[in-house]
Design a protein around this ligand. Structure first.
Ligand code: FES
Length: 523
């Protein structure tokens, strides 16, 4: 991975190997626009597209290609069956919020459906059913509770079934959520990019924004020193690069693993599947902490791919990558006899808000005319589309009833949320112990080609990578965001920060915020 911002990890995702990279020129002059969108993932591209449709002069800037961040590493489930469960959202935020959350995700899927048809985007979009089921040995209580809560949230078509179809060796009940959907996220984003360009929107890739200052006119600056002046700016960088503290105390980064397998075309009917492991207190009591799983299919050449994800953990706080991939493979083979050759393995990152819903709206630090979107909560495709709809409405002065529930300034005083907030922030403080511990190795000659490791250097720690030709690359291991110590991710060959999820490629280039600078090289 030698190209800056090309993708957010060393492993190429199934989407990245089956779609063109949409790249354009970097910013090479000072620019003016109605709106500058920073970040060309699903949230940034949808916001830019809807604003261009509303007649706004839009500039979109990203340091990598369109979709080169986490949108290129999602499994792209388009759902109103939310990962955090409606009964949990009710407990944290109330029934009215659960209803608006269900409505907004339903409308996000519908909007994607409309855009695909109106813009004639060839992205394998299809409506599918989704099935939520209890893992083997778990009680039916979670499924029962979620069924009742989904009905209360307005999802009147959800059905209770004795078990999910297709997934073998599951004995518990399941819920069927109709009219979910799936697509190829990069083909969709490439279609949006073309649609933006047809409306005279300007997309710049290979340019990193390093400063955003709000005001009547928002002023943004690229790393090369060019200015962009706009009436509004949208920070859609997965984790906001403009806010150092506020939002990062309210969400936590989690790594999630994905494996794909060949299965014959149409051997398994296309559908989405999720088990309730780990998200359900009842299962935790019965079975101990067990990882949850999410599953879909996608066309790939002559075959279909079965895409299985899960095994999540806090970013940079577990290093047993091989074991986690093996667990996913064993789980897939146990639950489907159609699983064939293993094709892809990769690791992505999810931002988990403390109260389950994304943060979308005016910048919580009060920076005038600056808007943010973050906290995908494992439903990034729909949360990103909701962001596009909501932010386009806010910027063009239209009313939107979702504004309250997604407000980045919201405070939730329910004990269940306060406990999660305290736990996640205590976890961040605990990472500071890395200043006192020894390195992974004591000398650089212990580092193999293609690997990285931390080395103690007096009072400091160095992040050292040996490239395939044997050359050593040394960096300060101090994350430029808030100075936690990064750790080596051997499967994606990145330096990952355990505090708020900044990630850097093996050569120290930032590939995921909230940091907006690279690791400092040490010569
Ligand atoms: Fe915040 Fe590294 S991401 S300190």
């Amino acid at each position: 991975m030698e190209l800056i911002g090309e993708r957010a990890g060393n492993n190429i995702s199934f989407w990245e190997r089956s779609a063109q990279n949409f790249c354009s020129a970097p910013v090479k002059e000072n620019l003016r626009a109605d709106v500058c969108v920073v970040g060309a993932g699903i949230a940034g591209m949808t916001t830019g597209y809807l604003l261009a449709c509303a007649g706004r002069d839009v500039v979109i800037v990203d340091d990598g290609p369109v979709g080169g961040g986490m949108t290129g590493r999602t499994t792209a489930h388009l759902v109103n069956a939310l990962d955090d469960r409606f009964y949990e959202i009710e407990k944290m935020l109330g029934k009215d919020t659960a209803r608006l959350a269900a409505q907004s995700h339903t409308q996000a899927i519908d909007r994607i459906d409309e855009i695909v048809r109106e813009e004639n985007i060839q992205c394998d979009f299809e409506r599918v059913d989704g099935y939520l089921f209890a893992p083997p040995g778990a009680s039916a209580k979670t499924i029962e509770e979620e069924y009742d809560a989904a009905l209360r949230a307005g999802l009147r078509e959800v059905q209770k079934l004795p078990g999910p179809p297709i997934i073998q060796h599951v004995d518990g009940p399941a819920l069927r959520f109709p009219r979910q959907a799936q697509f190829h996220p990069l083909k969709y984003l490439n279609g949006l990019a073309s649609a933006v360009a047809r409306r005279d929107g300007r997309i710049f890739t290979g340019s990193r924004i390093v400063s955003i200052k709000g005001g009547e006119s928002v002023r943004l600056e690229t790393r090369e020193g060019y200015n962009i002046t706009a009436r509004a700016a949208v920070v859609a960088t997965n984790s906001p690069i403009n806010d150092r503290y506020v939002i990062h105390t309210k969400q936590a980064p989690y790594a999630s693993y994905v494996v794909t397998f060949r299965v014959g075309r149409d051997v398994i009917p296309h559908a989405l599947f999720w088990d309730t492991a780990q998200t359900a207190e009842e299962e935790k009591k019965l079975l101990g902490p067990i990882p949850y799983h999410y599953v879909r299919l996608a066309p790939d050449g002559e075959d279909d791919l079965l895409i299985v994800g899960g095994e999540d953990h806090k970013t940079a706080q577990a290093f047993d990558f091989e074991k986690r991939f093996t667990h996913l493979e064993e789980w897939a083979r146990r639950h489907s006899s159609a699983v064939g050759q293993l094709v892809d393995r990769l690791c992505g990152q999810v931002m988990e808000p403390v109260d389950a819903l994304a943060y979308i709206g005016a910048d919580p630090t009060g920076d005038e005319n600056v808007y943010v979107v973050t906290g995908d909560s494992g439903n990034g495709m729909t949360h990103g589309t909701i962001a596009g709809i909501l932010l386009a409405d806010l910027i063009t002065g239209r009313e939107n009833t979702w504004m309250r529930i997604y407000d980045p300034k919201r405070k939730t005083l329910k004990p269940i949320v306060i406990a999660d907030y305290a736990k996640e922030n205590a976890n961040v403080v605990a990472q500071l112990r890395d200043y006192l511990t020894s390195g992974d190795v004591s000398q650089a000659n212990e580092i193999k080609a293609g690997e990285g490791a931390l080395i103690r250097d007096g009072a400091s720690k160095l992040a050292v990578y040996r490239d395939e030709s044997g050359t050593l690359h040394r960096f300060s291991a101090v994350c430029p965001h808030l100075k936690c110590i990064v750790r080596w991710n051997a499967t994606e060959k990145t330096w990952d920060c355990p505090c708020h999820g900044s990630r850097f490629d093996c050569l120290g280039h930032m590939v995921n915020g909230p940091a907006s600078a690279d690791l400092e090289p040490i010569f």
